[in-house]
Design a binder for this molecule. Sequence first.
Ligand SMILES: Cc1cc2nc3c(=O)[nH]c(=O)nc-3n(C[C@H](O)[C@H](O)[C@H](O)COP(=O)(O)O)c2cc1C
Length: 203
Amino acid sequence: MNQPNLIILVLFYSRHGATRKLAELIAQGVESVPGCDARLRTVPAVSTVAEATEADVPAEGAPYVELDDLKDCAGLAVGSPTRFGNMAAAMKYFWDGTAAEWLAGTLAGKPACVFTSTGSLHGGQESTLLSMMIPLFHHGLMVMGLPYTNAELMTTSSGGTPYGASHWSGLDGKKTITEDEKRLALAQGRRLAETAMKLRAAT
Ligand SMILES: Cc1cc2nc3c(=O)[nH]c(=O)nc-3n(C[C@H](O)[C@H](O)[C@H](O)COP(=O)(O)O)c2cc1C
């Protein structure tokens, strides 16, 4: 019997588009695996002005994530730009609203990975990736990195780490994604989707 395609949620925040480009490559990697569909979703910005609220639907690009997306997915990739070496508040704010899903174990046992973008080369890619993993561990996700069998990890002179895909966007945010960064993002999406497929086959 034909099984329905697995949904892999690619959840990201991106203010200026660099992290979004990585998210799109990861989604492309996911969809290179037969039987897997990528679902691109973003989170609203947060404001220091308490009265400010976001519109219901983003004007363009990926829709805002809904809590049901966490239920629906068989795997999860989470991306955020570096903000002072950590994930952006918007992404942290989203996780802070997922207590019910944590209690219910909605994400427990699903594979996950993380990705990021920074303005400076040594401005905190690894610390951001590691800090983004923390809520994922609490949710019981099985967090995966990138193995050194991806040769680009040895050759990259920009982004790309064993903790997850990354991009060095430059101080003006205008650096294009390098070939190594691209290959690693695609590989990460593919690896996540293949793992979700293997887990389904094993149950
Ligand atoms: C408040 C703030 C803090 C930032 N902190 C860092 C940082 O610690 N290290 C760094 O390299 N870049 C930092 N940046 C730059 C962004 O991480 C970088 O421009 C990123 O590529 C933007 O991604 P986006 O295009 O997806 O929004 C910061 C930017 C802002 C606005």
